[in-house]
Design a protein around this ligand. Structure first.
Ligand SMILES: [Zn+2]
Length: 166
């Protein structure tokens, strides 16, 4: 840490103490060059995750938007708000920890959501993928449905609400 008085980078920590909420640690330092005393503050910096869209446009990761799109796909399915929140948290965490830089592609986000939904509810999976990949033909659905393992075919299809995704 550079000394604010003489610009030397040679300083020594003399004391470290957390603040009252343990969210910040203050370190008292002494400059080995000029003897000046100063304090540095260490705090947690959450990563500012960015998403690069197919168009190349980069925007801030919007957790709320992710939650809304999953919730919409799960509408009238047997998936609770708590499960959705858990899913959003796990995807958010994976994006933050498994990516080397702060920018992820929207394709990766979409893939993570698709994979998770396929495990959770195949109908929600098909709904999500159809919106995310902008399905325009029935054949698009056929292709994706053919990829779902037979075991998942026992998922009960609910009557879609009037304001459905389709
Ligand atoms: Zn100094």
């Amino acid at each position: 840490m550079r000394c604010p008085y003489c610009n030397s980078t040679d300083s020594r920590v003399t004391d470290s103490r957390p603040d009252t909420e343990d969210a910040i640690i203050r370190r008292r330092r002494v400059c080995e060059q000029c003897g000046a005393k100063f304090t540095t503050v260490e705090r947690i910096q959450m990563r500012d995750l960015m998403v690069r869209k197919n168009s190349g446009k980069v925007e801030a990761f919007d957790r709320e938007k992710l939650r809304r799109s999953i919730k919409l796909a799960c509408r009238n399915r047997d998936v609770g708000d708590e499960q959705i929140e858990k899913l959003v948290t796990s995807i958010h965490r994976r994006l933050e920890t498994e990516t080397p830089d702060d920018t992820v592609s929207s394709a990766l986000v979409g893939q993570m959501v698709s994979d998770s939904l396929l495990n959770l509810d195949p109908i929600a999976f098909v709904r999500f993928v159809s919106v995310y990949r902008k399905f325009s033909r029935i054949s698009d659905f056929k292709k994706i449905i053919d990829k779902i393992p037979e075991d998942d075919d026992n998922a009960v299809v609910c009557k879609l609400p009037k304001t459905s995704l389709f």
